[in-house]
Design a protein around this ligand. Structure first.
Ligand SMILES: Nc1ncnc2c1ncn2[C@@H]1O[C@H](COP(=O)(O)OP(=O)(O)O)[C@@H](O)[C@H]1O
Ligand SMILES: N[C@@H](CC(=O)OP(=O)(O)O)C(=O)O
Length: 441
């Protein structure tokens, strides 16, 4: 069985839904088809939520009218028959009457916001499945809220998904196509929740891992993982093969094509992930699996919103236990550390979640001296085959970066990553310089 995920841009127009229908029925493989919300919908729903939080109900109602008009016109273009249009209209009317009911709940809390934002995927999947029905393609809609769950730390419970799907899927053995929602899940309180922005990729790989799929395919609007951010750098090109580790680093460090956690379940169960282009299905895309080519530099990605903390020991040289004490504090406040640089008496670390920075700094100050943190930093992550006997890797990177100030360097943590910290104002310059220095022929 395969799991195929189509992102917002791939379902965002009626003609794109027509293409998806052709793609998923183009071969005999049984598929779970994971859909995101129509492009722009999640942002529009969040904007409605912001108006409601600000008690601006008139604005929220205007925004709801605009979004509903978009769906009305979408379904009128999507379906051919009067029955199809009526079925589509029924779905849209039902979901929008639920959205309007949320505007009447005061105060508008996070719980309602999560229910509101889930409407994007609830709409797209029902609309698409009704379209398949109109086209005579047998399919089932499997509600993600019945098999996707996160725990108290917001981590997906893959064993629960495995067990639920083992119960649910056999009931639909007669169907080749099973449609479900990306992104949405329940939390331990049974409420509607989600896997954070871009989370439909993660849904697909959690399902793929849970059912030990033959392959997970992520269909988007570009022909695979490019060697650099195509929104910032010209002349990028698709990378044909990546290992799980390489792809995980790129996704975590900012390659927006994949949600940062997508690779974890796929790697855990050895399920290959293929990135494909809905607009150009014949393009080979990128295969993420255990094997890779031996090309030295594979790709570069950048992650913004990073804060660097500079921590100095107040004790003498050779003190042991210093790092342990520091990291226990980050653990206590559930704040992951991304980059790390050490000297004998100092440690510099980066974090991207500053929610608990105040408490962390106060506890560190009890046994360390802290410098002012640097905000607005960017991690530039260079991924490739940097095995210990590969000479010249660092020199090529630093030559490319020779005109850009570097705040921190991390190399040797894995054989596939070299990371640099720069101020965010240098991000575009750094990505372009690395493209010229590492990839131009
Ligand atoms: N290294 C990269 N390779 C490919 N695409 C990238 C990369 N970095 C950023 N992107 C952006 O990711 C976009 C696809 O991701 P996304 O918008 O989340 O798609 P979808 O809506 O299908 O989920 C591309 O259009 C591209 O602009
Ligand atoms: N709709 C959600 C989930 C998602 O994954 O979307 P996309 O596949 O379009 O990135 C979001 O916008 O965050």
């Amino acid at each position: 069985m395969h799991v195929w995920k189509f992102g917002g841009t791939s379902v965002g127009k009626p003609e794109r839904m027509h293409s998806i229908r052709n793609l998923i029925t183009g071969d005999d493989t049984r598929k779970i088809v994971v859909l995101s919300a129509l492009s722009g919908s999640t942002n529009a729903l969040l904007a409605i939520g912001e108006s409601l939080k600000a008690n601006n109900d008139d604005e929220a109602n205007r925004q709801i009218d605009t979004l509903k008009a978009h769906y009305d016109s979408f379904i009128s273009d999507l379906y051919k028959t009067a029955e199809g249009k009526a079925a589509g209209q029924q779905i849209v009317d039902n979901e929008f009457s639920f959205i309007r009911s949320l505007t009447r709940i005061k105060p508008f809390t996070l719980k309602q916001e999560k229910e509101l934002v889930a409407e994007g995927e609830l709409l797209s999947t029902q609309i698409f499945q009704a379209y398949l029905a109109e086209e005579g393609v047998p399919s089932t809609l499997l509600p993600a809220l019945e098999f996707m769950r996160i725990d108290a730390d917001n981590e997906p419970e893959i064993q629960y998904t495995e067990q639920r799907l083992a119960e649910m899927l056999p009931q639909h053995d007669d169907k080749q196509i099973i449609v479900t929602q990306g992104f949405i899940c329940r939390n331990p309180r049974g409420e509607v929740d989600n896997l954070k922005r871009g989370g439909s990729d993660y849904t697909a790989s959690l399902i793929g891992g849970a059912i030990r799929a033959e392959e997970i395919q992520i269909w988007t609007d570009i022909d695979g993982m490019h060697n650099n951010d195509p929104r910032i750098v010209k002349n990028t090109f698709p990378v044909r093969e990546l290992t799980f580790d390489e792809a995980a680093e790129l996704a975590y460090f900012g390659a927006k094509i994949l949600h940062p956690s997508t690779i974890t379940p796929a790697r855990m169960f050895g399920v290959p992930v293929r990135l494909k282009n809905t607009m150009d299905p014949a393009a080979p895309g990128t295969l993420i699996a255990d094997r890779t080519s031996d090309q030295v530099f594979k790709a570069v990605a950048a992650k913004d919103g990073i804060t660097a903390l500079y921590i100095h020991s107040t004790r003498m040289l050779n003190a042991y236990g210093f790092l342990r004490r520091i990291f226990e504090i980050f653990e206590k406040y559930k704040t992951p550390v991304d980059m790390l640089a050490t000297s004998e008496v100092s440690v510099s670390v980066t974090i991207d979640n500053t929610e608990r920075i105040q408490e962390i700094s106060e506890e560190l100050s009890t046994f360390c001296n802290l410098e002012e943190p640097d905000y607005d930093q960017t991690i530039i992550c260079i991924v490739g085959n940097f095995s210990a006997d590969n000479e010249g890797v660092a020199v090529r990177v630093f030559n490319a970066m020779k005109n850009i100030p570097i705040r921190m360097i991390s190399y040797g943590g894995t054989e596939s990553n070299l990371s640099l910290l720069v101020h965010s104002r240098y991000k575009a310059h750094a990505l372009n310089a690395l493209n010229d220095g590492l990839f131009s022929l």
